[in-house]
Design a protein around this ligand. Structure first.
Ligand code: BES
Ligand code: MN
Ligand code: ZN
Length: 495
């Protein structure tokens, strides 16, 4: 979506959308546009009881004696209680009413005593339009052009043009990360393998962002038996990707983000049932978020020292695949009895976490993984699970999630669950009991965190893919996590 900002003025032709705050009163330019429609806009608003409620739209098509094709009034909510988030969602709704037009002008008359600055209101509207317009259609060769949405350029008219540009620049950088994450989780698993994923990560290098790719040989040397065990049934070489962004001072803390990147999870020898197995192309969602996050951090030149790790593998059944009952040794020397080859994410995380602690000594680690079906049973698509024994870090992440409406719900971990993953023949097994599956998985991951390192684990299995779309995304990959972690960084490392 091409987004530009211009001085408040009445557009002579084309599609126009007028933002309306609480009370439903049209502003100065809004009134001019209403007159150009012969009063049709205000009449339609009255008839539809449109009083500026956030997300409510009224559309007048082809008003007579006017060159305007479509005129939309869209609500941005009560001046005093509006939030950037609610306005952005209104922008997402607005996209639906304008998508058939190739371009559109959006008008924001000044809103009196608004809780959000004018520049931030328009940046949020434009951001909502841009995020909701996302489409992954690169493999659709037969779709008629007339069936595709057309909107690819919006011009936003506002009094504070310079402020709006500035505010949008930051959002645009973060959104570029979100869109990249959606692309990655949407790609089919024959296209996005550990090898091609690593290559796409490598493309992000530059402008201060360092990207290193580590292959099987080196992983063998480091003794990453847990990750390599998962990968051994696949013809695709596993890769470990390391992002490094040093935007702060040498003595400032380092925060690390580690993502599960299972490019396809068939379950391995503990094969999954066929129905729905296609969903397991997005089992690299954690790695997708970390990749999008580093694009965002580098794009907006975040003042933080951050390291990102992607553990990229494919989990396949094969004559060479690992068996239920195998015992593997992780890079830090712990032994794991693999009772179910479908509980592979924790094995990948174990060695990825060892690597980041061994080589980067981060003060804080946040890992993300589409780790368990159990977290979906508990929270559905509304929250991701947050597992941590650090109350401060938990609060920071929870607050960031609330601010961008990518919400987290804290779930328990603790020694009482530890017993469930003890093995009689190894240090641990990769399978808990019948209950608390998301917690026993988190408890397993925790065993690979060194004392003194603040750590949180986000189980994003329920929020990575939306079967029926969200206010800011169509059906498919949501990009959940990029905005959350970007906000977490901005609020806690850049003040
Ligand atoms: N990738 C799956 C978890 C998952 C399920 C993600 C559905 C997204 C949607 C994970 O590797 C897995 O298979 N977990 C098992 C663990 C079990 C074998 C202990 C699960 O949750 O059933
Ligand atoms: Mn699995
Ligand atoms: Zn998995």
């Amino acid at each position: 979506m091409k987004v530009s900002f211009a001085k408040l003025a009445r557009p002579a032709s084309g599609a126009v959308a007028v933002a309306v705050a609480d009370g439903g009163k049209l502003g100065k330019i809004g009134q001019v546009i209403d007159r150009a429609t012969g009063g049709a806009l205000s009449a339609a608003m009255k008839a539809a009881k449109h009083t500026g409620q956030a997300g409510k739209t009224v559309t007048v098509y082809g008003p007579p004696r006017s060159k305007l094709t479509t005129v939309v009034a869209f609500g941005i909510g009560k001046a005093k209680s509006m939030t950037a988030q609610s306005i952005e969602e209104a922008g997402g709704t607005l996209y639906g009413t304008l998508s058939k037009e190739p371009r559109a002008t959006i008008i924001l008359d000044d809103v009196k005593s608004a809780a959000v600055a004018t520049a931030d209101i328009v940046a949020a509207i434009a951001s909502g339009v841009a995020l909701k317009s996302y489409r992954f259609d690169k493999y659709r060769t037969m779709e008629k052009a007339s069936a595709k949405p057309k909107l690819n350029s919006i011009s936003v008219a506002v009094s504070d043009v310079a402020g709006a540009r500035e505010a949008y620049k930051v959002r645009e950088a973060v959104n570029a990360g979100v869109l990249l994450t959606r692309d990655l989780v949407s790609e089919p698993p024959n296209i996005l393998t550990p090898v091609t994923f690593a290559a796409r990560a490598k493309e992000l290098a530059g402008g201060g962002l360092k990207v290193k790719v580590i292959g099987r040989k080196e992983m063998e040397k480091m003794g990453m038996g847990a990750l390599l065990g998962v990968a051994q049934g696949s013809i695709h070489e596993p890769k470990l990707v390391v992002f490094e962004w040093n935007g702060a001072g040498k003595n400032d803390p380092t925060v690390a983000f580690v993502g599960k990147g299972v490019c396809f999870d068939s379950g391995g020898i503990s094969l999954k049932p066929g129905a729905g197995m296609w969903d397991m192309k997005w089992d690299m969602g954690g790695a997708g978020v970390v990749t999008g996050l580093f694009k965002a951090l580098a794009g907006r030149k975040a003042k933080v020292n951050a390291v990102g790790i992607l553990g990229l593998v494919e989990n396949m059944p094969d004559a060479n695949a690992q068996r239920p009952g195998d015992v593997v040794t992780s890079a830090d020397g712990q032994t794991i009895e693999v009772l179910n080859t479908d509980a592979e994410g924790r094995l990948v995380l174990a060695d990825a976490l060892w690597y980041v602690q061994e080589h980067h000594k981060p003060d804080t680690i946040v890992d993300l993984a589409t780790l368990t079906g159990a977290i979906i049973a508990a929270l559905a698509e509304h929250y991701a699970g947050l597992f941590s024994d650090d109350d401060d870090l938990s609060a920071q992440l929870t607050d960031a999630g609330l601010a961008v409406k990518e919400r987290l719900w804290r779930m328990p971990i603790g020694p009482e669950y530890d017993k469930l993953i003890n093995s009689p023949i190894a240090d641990m097994k990769n399978l808990g009991g019948r209950y608390a599956g998301a917690t026993t998985a988190a408890q397993f991951v925790k065993r690979f965190i060194r004392k003194g390192t603040a750590w949180a684990h986000l189980d994003i299995a329920g929020v990575t893919w939306a079967e029926s779309g969200t206010p800011l995304a169509p059906k498919g990959g949501t990009g959940y996590g990029v905005r959350l972690l970007d906000r977490f960084v901005a609020d806690n490392y850049e003040r």
